[in-house]
Design a protein around this ligand. Structure first.
Ligand code: NAD
Length: 316
């Protein structure tokens, strides 16, 4: 039986991965400092004897390295996952993403853990000219501290793998949506419409084109990729082979809520500093595993709105 360690186990994606692994009868140690994570996301597992929750800050190496003992695989999900506010607190991406990843890798080396799954991002491609963007596209000028920090993490991980006989699966996600989603434009729109159902302000001109992937499709893709790719460093785009305009998404969201608000726009091509107006990843590599997403972007957006409507505590 596999012993897994999940960092960021109380977050949106990390809690789903924790469920996924426990459902397959693996043992899971989950570490999270609950900075953006929610204990409620773990409530189904907290009494499971196969699950151990450690409420600890991964920046504190001395407190965390012991939990990596006898672990076969690390799912490293913890991060500052918010792209938009990066320049409001420039050290956050450095600390929460780069330094934490360095601590995770040191703890793995110290305990001879050989496998790491890492949640990177399609943002590393910046505003690439090649769309859909494949894994070997190369990195243009960076526009967000978040993507910059994820590139640094990828560099740390691949160099540790080469030096210390480890193996990595690095997934460059598009935006993931679905149950337990708690940051991003659907959350922001929902929140705005809660306080004023008659108006929705959209950052940018509404024509930004974005790809989204439903959480269950993301989990299945990770599983398929782990079974299919076995290089030392496996770098894989994870996305839906398509995209929508933010205006379309706004239409689906307001339809789901039975609202007809006036739409206003901040007007520019990019919603904020670091926003990429066109994200569509080439998913040929993950498709070679036989994986196909089951949920369309529209259905994923609608499921997310339904979840938020039923879980308004997330906005408290
Ligand atoms: N959600 C997306 O659309 C998306 C897209 C691309 C990449 N990613 C990446 O996937 C991962 C998970 O994202 P998410 O959306 O679930 O975010 P999230 O904020 O819901 O989860 C991150 C978790 O990490 C925890 N955490 C943060 N810093 C910590 C620290 N120092 N010590 C211990 N725990 C800490 C938080 O409490 C939280 O539970 C992140 O690495 C993110 O960058 C997410």
């Amino acid at each position: 039986m596999q012993n897994c360690l999940v960092t960021g186990c109380a977050g949106f994606i990390g809690s789903h991965i924790t469920d996924y692994l426990l459902n397959r009868n693996f043992s899971v140690i989950g570490i999270d400092n609950l900075s953006t994570g929610r204990e409620k996301f773990l409530e189904n597992n907290i009494d499971n004897k196969q699950f151990t929750f450690i409420n600890e800050d991964l920046l504190n190496y001395n407190k965390i390295h012991k939990y990596f003992k006898d672990i076969s695989i690390v799912y490293h999900l913890s991060a500052n996952a918010d792209v938009r506010f990066g320049f409001n607190h420039p050290k956050k991406d450095i600390d929460q993403n780069i330094l934490v990843t360095s601590n995770v890798l040191e703890a793995m080396k110290h305990n001879e853990v050989k496998k790491i799954i890492f949640s990177s991002t399609g943002s590393v491609y910046g505003e690439h000219k090649t769309i859909p963007t494949p894994e070997d596209a190369g990195f243009p000028i960076q526009t967000s501290l978040y993507a910059t920090s994820k590139i640094a993490c990828e560099g740390l991980i691949t160099s540790y793998c080469n030096a210390y006989d480890m193996q990595s699966w690095i997934f460059r996600f598009v935006s993931i949506i679905g149950e337990r989603y708690q940051h991003g434009h659907i959350y922001d729109f929902f929140k705005q419409l809660q306080s004023n159902p008659d108006q929705l302000h959209i950052l940018g001109d509404g024509h930004q084109k974005k790809s989204y992937l439903y959480i269950n499709d993301c989990l299945n893709a990770i599983d398929q990729a782990l079974n299919f790719y076995n290089e030392k460093n496996n770098i894989i785009n994870l996305g839906y082979d398509g995209y929508c305009e933010i205006n379309e998404s706004a239409k689906w969201i307001t339809e789901c809520l039975n609202l007809n608000p006036e739409l206003t726009y901040s007007g520019q091509k990019r919603g904020w500093v670091g926003d990429n107006p066109f994200i569509h990843l080439d998913v040929t590599k993950i498709s070679k595993t036989g994986w196909r997403p089951e949920c369309t972007i529209e259905n994923g957006v609608r499921k997310t709105v339904k979840y938020l409507s039923e879980n308004k505590w997330l906005f408290e």
